[in-house]
Design a protein. Structure first.
Lengths: 192, 192
């Protein structure tokens, strides 16, 4: 159950077996079905999720009904409605499983307490936050300026796995463009 | 010189005098003039700045010439071109002093080494990153959906100091709207 989490943690920091046991005792497994939305906008986020199997996404729905995906978390990655998790304000994001998935969830209070008990875990959380910042900065820049083709090319370079595993419609929602525009961008790039 | 930094740090974590001395030895003061852009787009960010006096802002310039401010850092706050600082990729942001300012700057390598030597500093950096994430999430949500009046009201609630200290034109660049639209939003709100 905890092999992948162990691998993830031990690739980044040293942990004793006792520390690992403590960490595992605080993570509960949860199965989620394909397309299941297991965290809703308006809720206050109390969990951090480690994707043990499958893939989840964090996304917004605009007032006009279009979706905007902030982040895809594949196996061996953490993900949550991070802004609400941090601020304890109602979430603007939803969390959905893209595939049938297994997540290991830890309660927010337990998570922050773990950071106190095992300070080296701060480094892991630091990397998660730094990564989230990098992604969000790219999203802001993308929303502000880049055209569809450039957004497609950036993503292709940064995270090609997304194109292999995620349906076109959701990739478009990640790029903030329509599926038709994404198809045109792809075609345009192939011509070059 | 280091009173404000000491206050900032000691409000958040416990530090011995020896630890404080080590920290101070790595921060260099730098004076910047009003409106001076002291870090440019395209550069790779090697410093973290603590605002000792004045105010700095991190901002983008779009291809059409309009500006977009990501963050204002007033006295007793840290700020930098965070995405480039983290990833060591060329920055999309500029850093400018809004007022005549004094910043204390620390080299990126020294900063990360300090985190290794004084692990409790991780908590400070965690708060900086969590705050940056919160701000960026609000910016994304704002860019995606909110109208000018709602953006204005959100900011008024979250950070009224901005309206007291920052010129209207720059506040508008922070909200991603034109100065004229900001004036209309303000007028609209006063009517209610």
């Amino acid at each position: 159950m905890y092999q992948l989490l162990t691998k993830y943690l031990r690739e980044k920091i040293s942990l004793t077996n006792a520390q690992c046991e403590l960490i595992f005792s605080l993570f509960q497994p949860r199965m989620v079905n394909r397309n299941e939305i297991f965290f809703n906008k308006g809720m206050i986020c109390q969990h951090f999720y480690f994707v043990n199997k499958g893939c989840i996404r964090m996304f917004y729905i605009h007032s006009d009904g279009t979706e905007f995906t902030r982040y895809f978390a594949f196996e061996k990655n953490f993900g949550t409605a991070l802004a609400s998790f941090i601020t304890q304000k109602p979430s603007l994001e939803y969390i959905q499983a893209i595939e049938k998935s297994e997540v290991l969830s830890i309660l927010r209070n337990d998570f922050y307490q773990l950071l106190e008990i095992i300070p080296s875990l701060e480094k892991i959380y630091r990397h998660i936050l730094e990564n989230a910042h990098d992604i969000n900065s790219q999203r802001i820049e993308s929303l502000l300026g880049k055209n569809a083709k450039d957004r497609y090319l950036s993503l292709l370079q940064q995270n090609p796995e997304i194109f292999q595993r995620i349906p076109n419609k959701l990739v478009a929602s990640y790029l903030g463009i329509s599926p038709e525009t994404l198809s045109r961008a792809k075609a345009q790039v192939q011509i070059y």
